[in-house]
Design a protein around this ligand. Structure first.
Ligand code: NDP
Length: 296
């Protein structure tokens, strides 16, 4: 299959690598040097000079950018995706985006006979490298079936959630839950450390008890207790995701004080830690505020 890939970021790069191993792939990145470096490492892939070039002859485009607004901006202009895409092509948007903008993108593409599926991911770069991401799709049954073939090289589980925007809605709530677990466990762990308890022993008991989560079982032991803190997912993106979940709850009229207050905490942390901070850096911030270290 001829695929154009836009967005060689932390997770886009291993996804594009999986695609390039089995399909004819062109890559485009806003910072062109990253596309050239990618092609140097993956000689079967080729670089696209423009988005129009990326789209020309492509059966599918895969996008993986920070926001849906960033994806929408790629469509327009004399060198935009729309200028190169042929009727019958499909845009598979793996961005963790927002449902309303995706519906607008899908409507615009439909005028040109081009399909759209929102296909956000869960799993992170290590799972992308293994081809083990979870993908949640929004779109028509026929277009999601086509998207399943496109994402297969990097996905272990693909689920059709509903119409366009449904994938983004589920992803936003998933990441709201992730953010809440991160923030709540950071508060709980530094509280117990400050009370004189050993972090490793505390976590071992939590992980054999009802308060455990993916954050307590995987993220904190591997990245906080070890002090490794790899930079795999920007806190700014998690803040964006919980914002989408909060906005969605308001849009459908559901009271959501827990998500709203965690959103506000993420906003404050993003502002103080910066755009490049990792999503587990709030642990270091909590440690500093409490005057303890969660290692062991
Ligand atoms: P990064 O910040 O690492 O990379 C962002 C990518 O988007 C870069 O290629 C960047 O280009 C490009 N980009 C940024 N702004 C624009 C723009 N306005 N126009 C065109 N290109 C742009 O992000 P990730 O790869 O981590 O995340 C990408 C998406 O995947 C996000 O929606 C994120 O929420 C989601 N996601 C990320 C996961 C992770 O673990 N990292 C896990 C699951 C989902 P440039 O090189 O020029 O900066």
């Amino acid at each position: 299959m001829r695929i154009g890939f836009a967005g060689l970021g932390a997770i886009g790069t291993p996804m594009a690598a999986r695609l390039a191993a089995v399909h004819e792939v062109k890559v485009w990145n806003r910072t062109a040097a990253k596309a050239l470096a990618f092609v140097a490492e993956h000689p079967l892939a080729s670089p696209a000079a423009t988005l129009r070039d990326l789209a020309s002859g492509a059966e599918a485009i895969v996008t993986c950018l920070p926001t849906s607004a960033d994806v929408a901006a790629l469509l327009e202009g004399p060198d935009g995706l729309l200028s190169g895409l042929a009727p019958g092509a499909l845009l598979v948007d793996c961005t963790s985006g927002d449902p309303a903008t995706s519906r607008a993108i899908a409507a615009e593409l439909a005028k040109h006979g081009i399909g759209f599926v929102d296909a956000p991911l869960s799993g992170g770069p290590p799972m992308a490298i293994k081809g083990a991401l979870t993908v949640m799709c929004g779109g028509s049954a026929a277009e999601v079936a086509r998207a399943e073939v496109v994402v297969a090289p990097f996905a272990a589980k693909v689920t059709h959630m509903g119409p366009v925007g449904a994938g983004h809605a589920v992803k936003a709530v998933n990441n709201a839950l992730l953010a809440i677990n991160i923030l709540a466990l950071a508060e709980g762990m530094v509280t117990l450390a400050k009370a004189g308890l050993a972090p490793r022993a505390v976590l071992d008991v939590i992980n054999a008890s009802s308060g455990r989560s993916f954050v307590s079982e995987v993220l904190v032991p591997e990245r906080v207790l070890t002090g490794v803190f790899p930079r795999l997912f920007r806190l700014a993106l998690l803040e964006k995701d919980i914002g989408i979940a909060d906005d969605l709850a308001r849009e459908v009229g559901v009271p959501n004080s827990v998500i709203a207050s965690a959103r506000e905490r993420c906003r404050v942390l993003r502002a103080s830690l910066g755009e490049q901070a990792d999503y587990l850096d709030p642990y270091r911030e909590a440690e500093q505020r409490a005057g303890v270290e969660l290692r062991g």
